[in-house]
Design a protein around this ligand. Structure first.
Ligand SMILES: [Zn+2]
Ligand SMILES: [Zn+2]
Length: 93
């Protein structure tokens, strides 16, 4: 399944800064999620508003895993499929 969108149901795409981008200014908040967290287990992204609607905003709504605040580089690696090593290290495996 694609990880480029919020997995919480709002269907917004995950926005992250790359290269010469310096800010999220001008990004359409209806189309893009600029505030979000990521699950250490299933790697899904969840935006702040979807997490705020859950009972346990510090836990992944899909699998119950711990959420963390990914950097732009981590988001990029997830979307390009290169997050495996990073997540294994975070889980201490
Ligand atoms: Zn969302
Ligand atoms: Zn999860």
């Amino acid at each position: 399944m694609s990880k480029t969108h919020c997995a919480g149901g709002c269907r917004r795409k995950i926005f992250y800064l790359r290269g010469s981008d310096t800010a999220a200014n001008g990004v359409d908040p209806k189309g893009w999620a600029t505030e979000y967290k990521q699950c250490t287990d299933c790697q899904s992204f969840f935006c702040d508003s979807c997490l705020a609607a859950t009972q346990t905003p510090e836990r992944c709504p899909k699998c119950g895993g711990a959420l963390f605040q990914p950097s732009a580089e981590q988001v990029h690696r997830t979307i390009t499929g290169d997050m495996g090593d990073f997540l294994r290290r975070m889980r201490g495996e």
